[in-house]
Structure formats: C-alpha cells, structure tokens
Ligand binder design. Structure first.
Ligand code: SF4
Ligand code: SF4
Length: 508
C-alpha cells in the first residue's frame, strides 16, 4: 500500500541546475598540504584539544574530546604532525576565527587502530549511541546537531517513525544524490542501525522525484522493513517540518520538536556515516561536497575534513578572483564567504561560485503579501520585517520569529528586493545576545547575594553571644519576682546614669 502524501503551505518551484553534478561520479580529492580542523564543527560546546603541537597523529585518531553532552570528539582526517593549535578563519557568515588543530600530512594516510562492532542487532541501543558519539558524527544535512543527542530520543521517548531525509531540495546541491547513487548500501544499512538505536516502529527513506537514479539505487537494497518514498520536487521539501508534513500530514508544533509528535529525522549522509562507524569503527573524517556554478568542471568531491575551500575549487579548475563570490551551501540558505582558505567542515555540503552582481536596490514594502504566500511556515514575513527593522524584537517574537527556518522563499519573491532573511537573522542574533546578557546579569546578581550571605554568616560567627540568664525550667513565684526586680533595678540604674550624663552636658 502506498503512503498518502500531503502538501505543505507556500514554497517555490524553480530551476535546480543539478543535471551535471548529479550525473558525474564523485572523485576523491587528493591529500592536501595542510589540514585545518576547527574544534567546533557542530551545534553545541566545542571539543577540547587532547594533542600537543609537534605530536604525530594517525588517521582517525581522536585529537579533541567532547566537552559535555551536546559536544562530540574530533578526529585527525589523515596521519601527520600537529603543527599548530590556534585561531584560524572558519566557515561563518562574517569574518570569524576560532580554535583549530592544524596538521601537516605525512603522505602515508596511516590509520589509527579502529575497532568494528560485529553484530549491531545484539548491541544495546544506548551502546550504539555511544559508538556513534565516539566517532564524532553530527547531522550532515546542514544543521550539525550531534547525532547521538537525537538518537537518545529513542531511549527517553517512544519513536513512531524514523525518517531518513534524502530530499535535497536546494538548487545546485547534489552531494546526497551522488552519495546515494554510489553508496546506497551504506545508507540503507545505516538506516537500519539508526532504527535499532531509536527503536522506531516505522521507517521511511524519502528522496525527491527528480532523483530517479538515487531512488533506483536505494530500491535495490531495501526490503519490506523500510518504505522508500518519492516526494514532489518543491523547495523547501527537504526541510524537517516540511518533510514531516508531506509524509505524515502532521505539523511540528510551534517551538516544538519532531519527537513531540513521535518522529526522529536524520539525513542520508548521516546514515552512511553511522554505517561506517558501526561496521568499521571509522570516525567522521570526510564527506561528499558539491562544487558548482562558475567553475570549469562542476562535480562532487569526496573531501577530507580540514581541506581548504580553495583546494576544492582548484580541483574543479577555478582560481578565485574579484568577479565572483563564493557561497558555502546553496543559493537560498548558503552563506557568502570572503576567505577561500577556510576549511571544509562536517556541515559543508556545497561550494557554489556565482558572478558578482550589483545588489538590487531595496524599496519600501508595498504590502503585496507575496512573502506570506511563499512562506512554508505560514509566518507573516512583512510583519517580522517591519518589527525587525525598527528593533522591535519583542514584537518579532510575538510573530514567532524563531519558527522561521531561513529558507529565503520570502526574500526570493519580494518585488521590493527586501533582503528579508537578513533582517530576521539580525533580529534573532539580537534577541540571543540580549538573552545572554540577561543570563549573565542574573548570574552576577545571584553570585552577589550568595557572597553577601556568606559574609553575613562570617560576621554572625564572630559576634560574642549574649549572656544567658539561668533560670530553672519551671521557676517558682519567688524566682520570677527576684528576676523581675533585678531587671527593673538594672533599668533604673541605667536611666539615672544617663540622666547624670545629660545634666552634666547641659550645665557645661
Ligand atoms: S513581498 Fe516584500 S513588498 Fe510584498 S509584503 Fe512582503 S515584504 Fe512587503
Ligand atoms: S525565511 Fe522564514 S519567514 Fe521567510 S519564507 Fe522562510 S520561513 Fe517564512
């Protein structure tokens, strides 16, 4: 029985420019002269270097350890010498440097001692998650969320459906398409492993209907345990919320997660990485990257993490110049980078070279509503824009700015050329900065009050204790009278003394 599919609101249909790179086999990029590995290639806390400058490392050797639950270890992508640990430019929307481990390859590409897991079905799901965590696997679909955190949903919640997402909806990007065509059995076997890890009742692999070769390749490896579904080509059909809606008709609640409706989603490349981690003990040290646009030979490359963007472009016959711009990711959600020496990291799926064109003049909003009609979340982009532009951030939250997936559909259709997504990113970053400031101020106030409490306790401890007047637990009438008379007499004496002092002062 075929699965009923549903429509998500908004979205766009456009030319995708995928024919060339989707049909040419990917090639292995040669070993670069230098590998630069940022310690943060995932959402969460950066990992902490465990190697020293001058140390020799092997391919697949852990070189940085996780720092907390939402963090993962990092591994050397080839053998060689650690020549530096310091700040280097990293993939980021602005110019940005962060801690990196730099390796000079020795050319031997010699492996560290890695251990396979024999029969994953006999392994406890929790242990399977640990294998995946220790191999440094993040979601490879773009967000870079540590995979073990999402897998843990299967331990703490009931997972109805596991969805493996092969819907590569953004123009130019074909790295998942090529990976499926070339390594379909990795994807299908990895899917079964993830299913075991989350104990999902149902399992679906979805691809777009313009990926016929990928569909065929998967169909050769699939049995009745997995549904293979083609979804209609439309942007952003591969977004998590949109794909869930297409496949199940269910909506992830505003501010909620897929697991709140019993669903866990992983990308096809993540499934392939899980397969390698479990069957070989191989950590995540390479990935498929699409090189597209104004390059001589657009294609997919299998790249070691830490290879520079420039090396990848040169491998496709392109020398960077001022007439072009480089985008990491696709034209809709990618980021424009200025420094081509930055490294390929776990979340880099595409390098797109485009001709530099003068920016279109931004005109006033004419309230046409096109952005609203294009929004797949049914937000009100014109209202978000109006409030973001005037720094009215509280109001942007009323309009659910954090539900915006930054798909760019609204900017794409806007006849006034308003770069709406840029305004939304700005508003989100300002709200996040304000929350960080508030959290910092709360923490400082809490620490101040605790400090005061400790100081007060020290003063109390030093203060001499008051004399205790001994009385029996059940005093007689005489004892009570004596006690009261004594107190009255002491008070009278004090008063008379005070009076004398005052009289003397007045007479002076
Ligand atoms: S599409 Fe542009 S001009 Fe039209 S309502 Fe939205 S922001 Fe305004
Ligand atoms: S970028 Fe945000 S507001 Fe614009 S269409 Fe996409 S989800 Fe809607």
């Amino acid at each position: 029985m075929s699965r009923q599919l549903y429509e998500f609101p908004g979205g766009l249909k456009f030319e995708t420019f995928k024919e060339i790179t989707a049909t040419i086999p990917a090639i292995q990029h040669p070993l670069p002269n230098r590998i630069i590995l940022p310690v943060r290639q995932h959402i969460g806390i950066p990992s902490v270097p465990t190697v020293r400058k001058g140390e020799h490392v092997l391919k697949g050797q852990p070189i940085a350890e996780a720092d907390g639950y939402v963090s993962i270890p990092l591994h050397a992508s080839t053998s060689g010498t650690v020549i530096d640990i310091g700040d280097y430019p990293v993939p980021h929307a602005g110019e940005h440097e962060a801690t990196c481990i730099v390796i000079e390859p020795d050319g031997k590409d010699e492996w560290f001692d890695i251990q396979p897991t024999d029969d994953y079905l006999t392994v406890d799901p929790k242990q399977l998650q640990e294998i995946i965590r220790s191999c440094g696997i993040t979601g490879l679909g773009g967000a870079g969320f540590p995979a073990h955190v999402k897998l843990n949903e299967g331990v703490v919640n009931i997972v109805d459906t596991l969805i493996i997402n092969g819907v590569e909806c953004e123009p130019f990007i074909t790295c998942d398409d090529r990976l499926i065509q070339e390594k379909a059995h990795y994807v299908v076997s990895g899917t079964r492993m993830i299913r075991h890890a989350v104990q999902a009742k149902h399992c679906v692999i979805a691809v777009e209907d313009d990926m016929p070769k990928a569909y065929e390749a998967l169909a050769n490896w699939i049995d009745d345990d997995i549904e293979l579904i083609k979804v209609p080509k439309r942007y952003p059909a591969g977004g998590e919320k949109q794909l869930i809606q297409t496949l199940t008709g269910k909506e992830v609640p505003s501010g909620g997660l897929a697991i709140h409706i019993g669903i866990v989603m992983h990308n096809v490349a993540t499934a392939a990485a899980v397969y390698r981690a479990v069957t070989r003990g191989e950590p995540l040290i390479s990935r498929y990257v699409t090189i597209a646009g104004e390059v001589e030979t657009p294609r997919n490359l299998q790249v070691l993490l830490g290879t520079s963007v420039n090396d990848c472009l040169k491998a496709c016959g392109y020398e960077h110049n001022d007439e072009h711009m480089i985008i990491l990711g696709g034209p809709m959600m990618g980021m424009h980078i200025r420094n081509p020496d930055i490294p390929i990291i776990k979340t880099t799926n595409c390098i797109l070279v485009k001709k530099l064109e003068p920016a279109a003049t931004e005109l006033p909003c004419i309230q046409c509503g096109d952005c609203y009609n294009a929004c797949p979340i049914k937000l009100m982009p014109q209202e978000l824009y109006r409030n973001a532009k005037t720094d009215n951030f509280a109001e942007t939250q009323q309009y659910h700015i954090f539900d915006c997936i930054e798909c760019g559909c609204c900017s794409y259709v806007c006849p006034s050329n308003i770069p709406l997504v840029q305004y939304f990113r700005y508003a989100k970053s300002q709200i996040a900065a304000e929350e960080r400031r508030r959290d910092g101020a709360d923490l400082a106030r809490k620490r101040f009050l605790e400090h005061n409490k400790r100081e007060q306790a020290k003063i109390e401890a030093k203060r001499p204790s008051r004399p205790v007047i001994e009385t029996s637990s059940n005093p007689s009438m005489d004892e009570k009278r004596n006690y009261i008379e004594g107190a009255v007499s002491r008070t009278l004496k004090k008063r008379s003394k005070t009076k004398k002092i005052l009289d003397k002062r007045n007479s002076d």
